[in-house]
Design a protein around this ligand. Structure first.
Ligand SMILES: [Zn+2]
Length: 376
């Protein structure tokens, strides 16, 4: 048993000071550090649950869609510095052959990343962003690889794919949602969609209770055409937000916090340019140009991000005016809940995996434990 003392412990519903956090492979609880094998002094920093990123394409030059298992390992190690202790590598709309290869690699890494010797964050499965999307709202996705929604293609990978982004208004879309909802635990997410209000509301009723980067790659909310955004805000659906203040204006953050509460999920949508200098990279086979927080295709279309999840937490705290524990929850327990893993991930309550980070007031991360093992 180990103990972290002298920290501000962030629980899902508040901050606790003056107690020790006890853990082995799992969180044991708050208590007395006497008798612990190791006592770690947090130096007054936050003791927070490890962050969970359910939408991240790449990091440090690697991209989940490359079909390169070593690249996935590099991502898993790299994101620890941002406080991410578990994540869903997110594929783009690339060829179906490539996707099948990647699904196989991610399946292998799900097991590997749970082994004691693994040097990185845990891989919880795959977020498949496409290929069942709307060409009109493809954003930076490659149009030639878009396929019509077809549950049969996905069923063999139900043990790898945890989250599937699709456009429910495409022919067969709602049926695909229904079949996958009935036969699998895959979470269906509305995204890269041209759905109007009624189509998106119908998809939510059919079981699509997640929204992929709300506002981005979907029609805007207009007062005579409320569109998918209004339907997803109103529905009992988790809504992803890229809180880099570039994809969505930060002046909307307080309103989103009021509407979605604990269903607002911070994500990065990070590309391989994450953690790298400005310059030219690729995303889903297309060139992208990175300058500061902006990633764009040659024609100016926004193409993913270079956001780090700990920076998203800071932005949400500062601009949504949320207390730290709530901002951390939006990047830990809420995303874990959104993909059905709230019993294991995203919280420092007893019985959860001991995924723990130390973070200062600027959300800089100094240490990370994954299932009780120090990895950063
Ligand atoms: Zn994405």
């Amino acid at each position: 048993m180990r103990a972290i003392v002298n920290g501000r412990i962030l629980m899902p519903d508040g901050e606790i000071a003056g107690k020790a956090l006890l853990f082995g492979e799992r969180i044991a609880g708050l208590g007395d550090p006497a008798g612990a094998d190791e006592v770690i002094d947090a130096g007054g920093w936050y003791v927070a649950p490890g962050l969970v990123d359910v939408h991240i394409h790449g990091y440090l030059g690697a991209d989940a869609s490359d079909g390169d298992a070593d690249g996935l390992r590099r991502m898993a190690k790299g994101v620890l510095a941002n406080g991410v202790t578990s994540f869903l590598p997110t594929t783009m709309t690339v060829s179906w052959d490539t996707l099948e290869t990647v699904f196989g690699q991610i399946k292998g890494l799900m097991a590997e990343s749970r082994s004691a010797g693994f040097d990185g964050a845990e891989i919880l499965g795959c977020h498949a962003e496409g290929p069942f999307i709307n060409p009109k709202r493809k954003g930076a996705q490659a149009g030639e690889h878009i396929l019509p929604p077809d549950a049969e293609k996905i069923l063999p990978y139900a043990d790898v794919i945890r989250l599937l982004t699709l456009a429910p208004e495409m022919p067969g879309g709602e049926e695909c949602v229904r079949v996958l909802k009935e036969k699998t635990d895959i979470v269906l997410s509305v995204g890269h969609t041209d759905a109007d209000y009624d189509q998106a509301a119908a998809a939510a009723r059919a079981g699509a209770n997640h929204a992929t980067h709300l506002f981005n790659a979907m029609p805007p909310l207009l007062h005579r055409a409320p569109g998918a955004v209004a339907a997803l805000l109103e529905a009992d659906a988790y809504c992803e937000l890229i809180a880099d203040t570039f994809h969505v204006d930060r002046r909307l953050f307080p309103l989103l916090r009021k509407i979605k509460g604990d269903k607002l999920t911070l994500i990065t949508d990070c590309t391989r340019a994450g953690g790298m200098p400005d310059g030219e990279y690729t995303l889903g086979g297309q060139p992208i140009f990175v300058e500061g927080v902006a990633c764009r295709l040659r024609d100016g279309t926004i193409a993913g991000s270079v956001l780090k999840l700990n920076d998203a937490v800071r932005n949400w705290r500062d601009y949504a005016h949320a207390p730290m524990y709530e901002a951390v929850r939006a990047a830990s327990l809420t995303p874990a809940e959104s993909v059905g893993l709230a019993d294991k991930k995203g919280s420092l309550t007893p019985g959860h995996d001991a995924d723990i980070i130390l973070m200062d007031d600027d959300c800089r991360v100094s240490a990370a434990w994954v299932r009780g093992a120090r990895k950063y």
